[in-house]
Each structure stands twice: as structure tokens, then as C-alpha cells.
Design a protein around this ligand. Structure first.
Ligand SMILES: [Zn+2]
Length: 162
């Protein structure tokens, strides 16, 4: 059993089954973590308030027959701004699980603070390995495509975007 206590940002939380939920975290020490919260209804509901998307939390994660989140304490809630939700859903979909990435962590922390306001998603895409600078539309090869499809993991120009 490996126990890790780490700072983390809540990317998303979904219910799975009557008592369980699954939480998507981006952690400082372990990168993206998808953890089950299986402590029963009482503890799950105690944690629920802390596990809102975009919350910064101190998370206690145990790896033993899968990954479980056993405790979380949030350090205040963040406003759910549209551009942040977009950035964090990209991280949820594209970041590799269990790979520590301090550059991405620092970027996300900065995104959550008010240090920058409405940055586009280019920086997070390039941190995730999809650098838009030299990208071409996946269909017509036009340079500087404006759109990125998470489903296809590909860039498209406005015309070709599916
Ligand atoms: Zn195109």
C-alpha cells in the first residue's frame, strides 16, 4: 500500500453506483489521478463539499487494488469561470495518468489564481503535448488551425471542425 498526501486540484467528480464516486484530480506529486471514493455514504458526503470541480485540496490518496481517495480538505472555492472549465476539462481528457508534471501543475495553479484572466487554451494544449504553434488542420492542412477536437486529438480549421 502506498499512501500519498499531496496538493491537488479537483478536475471533476462523477457518481458511480449508489455509494461510490469517482474523482479526477490533478495532483502536484502524482500528476493526473482518477480515484475512487469508496468510504461509504457518510464519508463521501463529508468529502463532497471539498470535492467540487476547481477546488484546490490537500488529498490523501492510497494505492492498493486501485487508487482511492480517503481524505480531502479544500482551501477555498474557486469561481467557475468558463475559460477555466475548458482548460480543466482538457487536462481531464488529455493528461497522462500518474505522471508528475510540475510545469502543468504550476500553470494550472496560476490559472486558478487571478494572475491571468482569459488566457486561451494554447498554453495548456502545448503543455499536454499538443503544441498549436506549428499545427495544421487535420483535414485540409491549413496552417494555424483555430480548433482542437478532444475526441479526435487533432487540430482543425474552422471550416473542417467536425
Ligand atoms: Zn481544414
Amino acid at each position: 500500500m502506498i499512501e500519498t498526501i499531496t496538493e491537488a486540484i479537483v478536475l471533476d467528480k462523477t457518481d458511480s453506483g449508489e455509494f461510490d464516486s469517482r474523482v479526477y484530480l490533478f495532483t502536484k506529486d502524482l500528476g493526473k489521478v482518477v480515484a475512487k471514493v469508496t468510504s461509504g455514504r457518510k464519508i463521501t458526503s463529508k468529502l463532497a463539499g471539498h470535492l467540487q470541480p476547481l477546488n484546490m485540496v490537500t488529498a490523501r490518496i492510497i494505492e492498493k487494488n486501485g487508487v482511492r481517495l480517503v481524505d480531502a480538505l479544500s482551501h477555498g472555492q474557486n469561481k467557475k469561470q468558463a475559460h477555466l472549465i475548458k482548460i480543466f476539462s482538457l487536462v481531464k481528457e488529455l493528461a497522462a495518468e500518474g505522471q508528475r508534471d510540475l510545469a502543468l501543475w504550476n500553470f494550472l495553479k496560476k490559472a486558478l489564481s487571478n494572475e491571468f484572466e482569459n488566457k486561451n487554451t494554447a498554453e495548456v494544449l502545448s503543455l499536454l503535448g499538443f503544441d498549436p504553434t506549428f499545427a495544421k488542420c487535420d483535414r485540409c492542412q491549413t496552417a494555424k488551425p483555430e480548433k482542437f477536437s478532444v475526441r479526435d486529438m487533432a487540430f482543425y480549421c474552422k471550416k473542417c471542425f467536425p
